[in-house]
Design a protein around this ligand. Structure first.
Ligand code: ARG
Length: 583
């Protein structure tokens, strides 16, 4: 369905045209002075230049037409020619009912079908997930849901890091420790062998050990590099090892994402793109883009007007190995073949900006993009209260699992005392609160900004927190449980200011979704959800819903509750947050 401002735009366009003015002037915006009016239009100023007329005269002409419209309760001129507009309660109520019955709950839908691949998550096999992976997961999941809510197709691909040096490090260390393992024997046949004996516990211990060792032991480092190249070049033994290490790593990676309600359509890794590397190299060669520089094969991607140096992108290193950019480019070839998308959105740390500039430019020059527009949607860092990247108490890197557990335990403390959930539901409720706390705390910030993870603040029952949103939904549930919900019908009037304010905010949610999509910014959905919840607090305080004796009023207020709950749930769904029944 159309948003409320789109609807008003149409009215204004008709009014401008009726007065003989261009309809291009009719741009309606939500008022930034809600104390004066709900909407405004400044088109008369543009018209003044076009028609050599005082803006006020143009505004008067248009407002006179608008005053005839029953859907508008006010069309006034302010200052030198601003048109201030209020809509009638009848229009507002009708619009709210439409949102309520709309299949898409008022989320504006894409005009034409579109497919967007979302590349988020990006965990690295054999290494534990840490808080650096949190934002990619949380923001990516919300963007995927937002894309889907707008009627577009979203394809989520985790893009596992399984093709880099960490694989060689783990392999080299295992080979030194376990020369007796079948996979390291001379007659090893990956097609016909016993089970790979590595345990999760050993794997978790091997990577940090091997990584530290490679910093002191040059020979070991060279060996790890060599095994990485062997894997990349299709040596069956090391390809096999790579696959097996990934298999052991995946359940743990998946568990971390499950905790957070994050999921993917494809669990592809960098390795899955390797079969497209040859094609990539051939295309680059055919176009004459690839050349040798210091033994490596590179492509120039600098532009004359670059403000910073954009170095050539390396496709093959001198030892024949692929790098991060190679796999990203080959993955573009793969995605074009598999999905032919209109967009690929990379939800990746913004410090990787230069990498994506290089990759996108190279892809463009190579002509492998089809009609795809790639976008790097970078994000900032999650810091601790000291302003530095969030750490464990002893200063170590904070693992994602530990972060989740810390928040879950705090949520459980609260739920334990609660009389609202049955003993057997407590773990589920605590999980939902934990997810809401982590995600809302993250998503309320524009993705590009750093933010401070402050558990007490994030858990607070009011303010811009997940708990506040969950409390709001739970409070509405509790009100509705005390009435016969099936008897609540569409409202026949708006009775109080706080009610009108709430209804208008609900009606304007469509603009928030649209802007969030346009800016790829879930924080706009968060902010709108918060605004709705705080309008509800005022509404609930001002209007004594359950004890109201006037049946019409009571019905209208209950209807507002019913519609708000649906709209809030839509917001939470887009954010990847589940609500709880009672809290
Ligand atoms: N594995 C990478 C890292 O940990 C992130 C991958 C992001 N996605 C991509 N297509 N480059 O930094």
């Amino acid at each position: 369905m159309k948003t409320l401002t789109e609807l008003l735009n149409k009215k204004l366009e008709a009014a401008f045209e009726k007065c003989g003015y261009s309809k291009e002037l009719a741009i309606v915006t939500v008022s930034d002075r809600p104390d004066l009016c709900q909407f405004q239009c400044n088109g008369a100023f543009g018209g003044a230049k076009l028609y050599h007329k005082a803006p006020r005269m143009i505004a008067e002409d248009v407002a006179a037409v608008l005053r005839e419209d029953e859907d508008l309760s006010k069309a006034e001129i302010a200052g030198a020619g601003f048109i201030n507009i209020d809509i009638s309660d009848k229009l507002l109520l009708g619009f709210i009912e439409q949102v309520y019955t709309d299949e898409k709950t008022g989320v504006p839908q894409a005009e034409k079908p579109e497919t967007i691949v979302l590349d988020y998550g990006g965990p690295n096999v054999a290494k534990p997930l840490h808080i650096g992976h949190l934002r990619a997961a949380v923001i990516g999941e919300a963007l995927k849901r937002l894309v889907r809510a707008t009627g577009r197709k979203a394809i989520a691909d985790v893009h596992l890091g399984d093709w880099g040096l960490q694989m060689g490090l783990v392999m080299a260390e295992l080979e030194e420790r376990h020369p007796d393992w079948e996979c390291f024997g001379d007659s090893f046949d990956p097609e016909n062998c016993g089970e790979f004996p590595l345990t999760v516990d050993e794997m978790n211990e091997v990577y940090p050990f091997a990584s530290a060792k490679s910093k002191e032991n040059e020979e070991f480092k060279e060996k790890a590099k060599d095994l990485t190249v062997k894997m990349q070049n299709g040596d069956p033994r090391y390809e096999y090892l790579g696959r097996e290490i990934t298999k052991i790593s995946l359940p743990d990676i998946k568990k971390n994402y499950e905790n957070l309600n994050v999921d993917f359509d494809y669990w592809y890794g960098e390795s899955d793109a390797s079969k497209y590397e040859a094609e990539l190299v051939e295309t680059l060669e055919k176009k004459g883009l690839l050349y040798e520089s210091e033994g490596a094969m590179v492509v120039d991607v600098a532009k004359d007007d670059d403000k910073i140096t954009v170095p050539p992108v390396i496709i093959k290193k001198s030892d024949g190995s692929s790098i991060y950019a190679t796999t990203d480019l080959a993955t573009i070839v793969q995605r074009e073949k598999d999905f032919a998308p209109q967009g690929i959105w990379y939800v990746v740390d913004q410090r990787q900006g230069l990498h994506f500039t290089q990759v996108f430019r190279c892809a463009e020059k190579a002509g492998i993009l089809g009609e795809t527009i790639p976008e790097h949607l970078g994000f900032g860092t999650m810091n601790g209260t000291d302003g530095k990247p969030y750490k464990t108490r002893d200063g170590g890197v904070m693992k994602l699992e530990l972060l989740y557990k810390t928040v879950y335990d705090a949520a459980m403390e609260r739920v334990k005392e609660s009389k609202f959930s049955a003993e057997e539901d407590k773990a589920d409720v605590a999980r939902k609160i934990a997810v809401a706390t982590i995600k809302f705390g993250d998503l309320i910030n524009h993705r590009a900004k750093d933010y401070i993870f402050d558990l007490d603040k994030f858990m607070a029952a009011d303010g811009k927190t997940g708990s506040f949103l969950l409390y709001t939904v739970a409070r509405i549930n509790s009100i509705l449980k005390k009435t016969d919900e099936s008897g609540i019908t569409a409202a026949s009037g708006v009775f109080t200011d706080s009610e009108r304010d709430l209804l208008l905010k609900i009606a304007l949610s469509g603009e928030a979704y649209a802007l969030a999509f346009k800016d790829r910014a879930p924080n706009i959905v968060c902010e709108n959800a918060y605004q709705l919840a705080s309008s509800f607090s005022k509404f609930y305080h001002d209007n004594h819903i359950l004890t109201e004796e006037d049946e019409q009023k009571k019905n209208a207020w209950l209807r507002a509750c019913v519609v708000l709950r649906k709209v809030l749930e839509k917001h939470l769904d887009i954010l990847g947050i589940e609500s709880v029944d009672l809290m």
